[in-house]
Design a protein around this ligand. Structure first.
Ligand SMILES: [Zn+2]
Length: 71
């Protein structure tokens, strides 16, 4: 019950357009769009399935690359 940090409750579906698989994670809608995922505009949180979460992490890696280049 205190376990609702980033895990969506069971039965939520991935909110990437055309997917609809079982969601495993939820991320902010803004960062999902930055990662290049086709999600609905205006969503604050989007639920992602395992595959799309992986894609999300790939898409957001760029930030880290830029950070390490700056060092
Ligand atoms: Zn998905």
């Amino acid at each position: 019950m205190a376990d609702r940090k980033s895990k969506p409750k069971q039965g939520d579906a991935c909110q990437v357009k055309g997917c609809g698989k079982e969601a495993e994670r939820s991320v902010s809608g803004e960062s999902a769009r930055e990662a290049g995922l086709p999600v609905e505009e205006g969503l604050k949180r989007v639920h992602l399935c395992k595959d799309h979460y992986r894609q999300y992490k790939k898409g957001t890696k760029q930030d880290r690359v830029l950070e390490s280049l700056g060092r």
